[in-house]
Write a new protein. Structure first.
Length: 99
């Protein structure tokens, strides 16, 4: 729902970039909730993704057309964080053998 409402405040390419960056909150939830550890390569890759997202979002908000707003970016970020819980829950259930 947050992602759909956020489309009123950002353009579609920005939404796609945010949705593709679900990796970061998913890794954070796995680390804090399930004590899962990640390799150095995985962490560096995640930092590279975040850096790209920051540059893309900043360029989109400062462009002459200014189609994206901080509020829209916040809605997309909240949507991605909420979506980060599902893959971790699925992984935990799979490890326990529940179907």
């Amino acid at each position: 729902y947050l992602s759909t409402v956020g489309l009123n405040y950002i353009n579609y390419p920005t939404k796609v970039v945010f949705r593709s960056c679900k990796l970061i909150p998913t890794m954070a939830v796995a680390y804090f909730a399930y004590n899962e550890r990640f390799s150095l390569v995985q962490n560096v890759s995640a930092i590279a993704v975040v850096s790209g997202l920051i540059f893309f979002g900043y360029a989109d908000m400062t462009a002459d057309t200014k189609v994206s707003t901080p509020f829209g970016m916040s809605l997309q970020a909240a949507s991605v964080v909420c979506d980060a819980f599902l893959p971790n829950l699925q992984s935990a259930l799979f490890k326990r053998g529940a179907s």
